[in-house]
Design a protein around this ligand. Structure first.
Ligand SMILES: [Zn+2]
Ligand SMILES: [Zn+2]
Ligand SMILES: [Zn+2]
Length: 140
């Protein structure tokens, strides 16, 4: 697993404390995180605008991708290596657990290629699954 410092360096981003703390949070969680989740942990150190800006700049830089999950909240998750600035290649499925409410990237499950009618071009493809996650299933 990569370190936050290493990642910021790779993406040519300044290593501010806020960026490091937010990245650390993503690196230590398996599930996607909403702004509110981050604020809960780091809210006493950084104001919401700073957190918001950091998340969106990470998205711009190809470090994080956003997910619209069943809760209606926008969540963020770390991108795989293939993503770069302004160009995301996150063609995996997102899994939302109806029991714990968490969303996970299923990086190994790719969205099947599809053929669209002439005249349409795709910029983003969202594919999500709902059900019970691994952790919740193990708890039963
Ligand atoms: Zn991405
Ligand atoms: Zn679950
Ligand atoms: Zn994802």
């Amino acid at each position: 697993m990569k370190q936050a410092k290493e990642l910021l360096g790779e993406y040519g981003l300044r290593k501010t404390k806020c960026r490091l703390d937010i990245l650390d949070l993503f690196l230590s969680h398996q599930q996607a995180l909403a702004h509110a989740d981050i604020e809960q942990v780091l809210g006493d150190r950084y104001d919401r605008v700073t957190i918001y800006r950091t998340l969106y700049s990470f998205k711009e830089q190809g470090l994080l991708h956003s997910i619209n999950d069943i809760s209606g909240a926008v969540k963020f998750a770390l991108c795989q290596e293939a993503c770069s600035q302004h160009q995301h290649y996150d063609n995996h499925i997102h899994f939302s657990c109806t029991q714990c409410g968490q969303t996970f990237c299923l990086n190994e499950v790719h969205i099947p290629a599809m053929t669209l009618p002439a005249g349409y071009s795709v910029h983003n493809l969202h594919f999500s699954a709902e059900g019970i996650c691994k952790a919740c299933n193990a708890r039963e």
